[in-house]
Design a binder for this molecule. Structure first.
Ligand code: ADP
Length: 546
């Protein structure tokens, strides 16, 4: 046996910000703060403060791998913590503040968070959960000293005071790259949330991969505005990718409405953004209503839920913004696939190129996928056969935090573990994966499967429809039948019959929804996705038309 003779340098999150400091010292990080102003810093200054905070954390009597939580918007202080906490050998636990307070307290206790850093927006939340989080030693308000609340029911520490306790010449420690770096909980729509514990190695490898041209395509010439929150799978890794590439970063803080986002896009020269479809609905609504244009935006990553084709076309054809449809999940750090075309597709007619772009795309090197039937036998990549989607790779979960849920993997004949994603998909001969549905959302009608995503996409392509969700309703003969829940655009006219007729030439007759239910709004989950579990509850007394 002969080993290679190359250096063993551990992959460490701190090396990302060190690199940005050395090679992109003056690249900017711009944040809309909860204080209300626009704040500007650079990678060099941010690195200095991250080291100072890392050093300050040493004064708190913490031990290696202790968890430090955040309840915070996208902003420079949150980014400082991304590096200060993980870089110093602690674990950054980003919590989704949109969760129910009870669930929030449960997560804090389960993670055994020692300190919780929070934006002042979440003070009421902190005060509500503090009595139930006995293990938390302190609550750190991420705010200037002069804006600290005069009094509070929770014991508060001021971020800016804490950071002053540290020294900016702190030296990042070296440790095993497999050390835990950060923790995110799955949304837990059924049962308790489960913790996904990332490592330095998995995070750095994921950052390399995410920046690639056929993935998110990020370079030092970019200006990235992650709309996807830093509490949602680390903003899909973008703060790390920013440091890795030296791209300018723009953080929108708490103001995620279309108008505020648009202003920031234009004022800061944003070239690239990322978010779930519901966010873009708000932005596009504002742009459409005010006859605006994007002057610097080149592309946007849309994922977390299927991007409706109508949205993709609007972005590309009317606004000249390329859409990169991407798919992944918390258990995958999150990136699995992204949809960019191959060289051989350049001469395809536009309609065919679009059809490819509607898919969730090809895997990024590092991730391996397959589709399998119920017995686990692998299914063909013909673009038609659908099955359970399984994945494996160096940034994919092996086991949940504290072993919750037992062994989540399925073994193949060679004994290798695959993570079952819970998604149902097709893969074509070129490797383009298309999510048909989440296995729990797919509608099973008379032994056939109907894709809820497909029926939703058709509905939102109707000019009068703002949002649509398709759910299955029990049926005595067919097991389940689809109905479509629709939110009309403001002042738009739309009757049930119009929408059902709209389906006529688009899907087989048996796939047309049995009914249309109009609602004022569709409930959204903590990550901005349509909450079908809640809708099923709301419609539990609903009876199908006969
Ligand atoms: P996250 O925390 O990023 O929302 P979750 O783990 O809650 O991730 O959800 C992941 C699930 O979201 C996937 O399994 C899939 O069902 C869905 N999803 C993500 N991206 C897409 C996409 N582009 N198209 C369709 N579904 C998607």
């Amino acid at each position: 046996m002969l080993h290679g003779l190359m250096m063993q340098v551990p992959l460490a999150i701190s090396s990302l910000i060190e690199h940005a400091d050395r090679h992109h010292p003056d690249a900017q990080i711009v944040s809309r703060r909860v204080e209300g102003d626009i704040h500007r810093t650079t990678y060099r200054a941010l690195h200095r403060r991250a080291r100072q905070m890392a050093s300050a954390l040493q004064t708190l009597g913490l031990e290696r791998s202790d968890r430090i939580a955040t309840l915070a918007w996208n902003g420079y202080r949150h980014m400082e913590l991304y590096f200060a906490v993980s870089g110093s050998g602690l674990v950054l636990h980003t919590i989704n503040p949109r969760l129910h307070p009870e669930q929030l307290a449960w997560i804090v206790n389960h993670a055994e968070d020692q300190y919780v850093f929070f934006d002042l927006t979440f003070l009421p939340l902190v005060e509500a959960i503090a009595p139930f989080c006995r293990g938390v030693r302190g609550w750190v308000a991420m705010i200037d000293r002069d804006r600290m609340p005069a009094q509070s029911k929770a014991p508060l520490i001021c971020y800016e005071e804490l950071i002053e306790r540290g020294l900016p010449d702190y030296v990042w420690p070296e440790f095993d790259e497999n050390l835990a770096s950060s923790l995110c909980y799955t949304s837990g729509t059924t049962g308790n949330p489960k913790g996904v514990l990332y490592s330095h190695r998995s995070t750095v490898l994921h950052s390399y991969a995410a920046a690639l041209p056929d993935a998110l395509n990020v370079s030092s010439r970019d200006c990235i505005l992650p709309v996807v929150p830093m509490f949602h799978v680390n903003a899909w890794g973008l703060p790390y990718v920013g440091a890795l590439t030296g791209a300018k970063m723009v953080f929108p803080g708490a103001q995620l409405d279309g108008k505020s986002l648009y202003e920031l896009f234009e004022a800061e020269g944003v070239t690239c953004s990322a978010g779930v479809p519901t966010v873009w609905q708000g932005l596009l609504g504002h742009v459409e209503a005010n006859n605006l244009r994007f002057s610097t935006m080149k592309r946007t990553v849309i994922g977390g839920a299927a991007c409706p084709p109508a949205m993709l076309r609007l972005f590309q054809q009317k606004y000249g913004v390329q859409v990169i449809h991407a798919w992944g999940m918390t258990e995958m750090s999150p990136l699995g696939t992204s949809c960019t075309l191959k060289g051989k597709h350049a001469d395809l007619p536009e309609a065919e190129r679009l059809t490819l772009q509607y898919k969730q795309g090809r895997v990024i090197y590092g991730v391996d996928t397959k589709i399998a039937d119920v017995d686990g036998s692998e299914l063909p990549w013909d673009g038609k056969t659908f099955g359970d989607l399984l994945v494996r790779g160096p940034w994919i979960l092996r086991e949940y935090f504290k072993g919750d849920g037992g062994d989540p993997l399925k073994r193949d004949a060679a004994g290798r573990g695959w993570f079952p994603t819970g998604d149902v998909a097709t893969i074509d001969a070129d490797g383009y994966m298309h999510i048909t549905d989440r296995s729990k959302d797919v509608i099973k009608s008379g032994g056939e499967w109907i894709s809820s995503i497909e029926l939703e996409n058709i509905a939102v392509a109707h000019p009068a429809v703002a949002m649509a969700a398709c759910i299955g309703v029990p049926h005595p003969k067919w097991d389940e039948r689809p109905i479509i829940v629709v939110v009309r655009k403001p002042e738009a006219q739309l009757e049930k019959a119009d929408l059902l007729a709209w389906y006529a030439d688009k899907v087989a007759k048996w796939q047309v929804p049995d009914d249309v239910v109009f609602m004022e709004s569709i409930p959204l989950g903590a990550t901005g996705k349509m909450l079908k579990t809640r809708m099923r509850e709301q419609l539990k007394d609903y009876v199908l038309p006969t």
